[in-house]
Design a protein around this ligand. Sequence first.
Ligand SMILES: Cc1cc2nc3c(=O)[nH]c(=O)nc-3n(C[C@H](O)[C@H](O)[C@H](O)COP(=O)(O)O)c2cc1C
Length: 191
Amino acid sequence: MELLFVNGCMRKESRTEALARRWIQRQGFASVCELRIGLMGDLTPLDNMGIVAYGDAVSAGCYDHSMFRFAKQFASASHILIAAPFWNFSLPAKLHDYLELVCTQGLTFSVDEKGAYHSLCHAQRLAFVMTSGGRIANPSDDHAFGLIRTLNEQFWHIPHLECVVAEGLDAANANVDVLLDAALDTATVLT
Ligand SMILES: Cc1cc2nc3c(=O)[nH]c(=O)nc-3n(C[C@H](O)[C@H](O)[C@H](O)COP(=O)(O)O)c2cc1C
């Protein structure tokens, strides 16, 4: 059982990464393929030039360009973990860049003549791990897990979606170790 670990943690001493590694250990994956999003210099957002190459490739159904390697890998993975800190009620921009490329029509989803989306992903399980400095009023409505949930509902249709969130890590009296373990014990399975 192999896990695709999309590591969107940016700090060297990241608590989110620590939580993700505890989650991986509990699940007992035999092998882990890790993408360190913050270290990928060639992972860039779709800008004026990029969107032309992207659009041409999607129209032609020709996905040879290296920008499509992320979507190909995501589509073929059987288990996926995305980990990221909560930044400005959203996700780190670099992880957004990655997700933008993962959402490639023809690789991770298709659209039929009526405009309905069909998943091209093989994964059975998608987990999202996050930590935040403060409290999150409604995790499903923010732009972090809320985004992942919407992308899965609309494009990927991965049947098992779960969310592990440790909140309030930046509070003065926070016991980070205890909060991380408590988050693992109260993971929310959404589908
Ligand atoms: C750029 C930045 C933006 C942040 N925005 C928020 C926020 O909107 N809400 C919140 O509760 N915490 C916010 N925080 C605090 C982080 O979510 C918190 O410290 C988290 O545990 C960091 O994870 P890490 O240890 O994996 O880096 C922010 C931190 C940074 C550096």
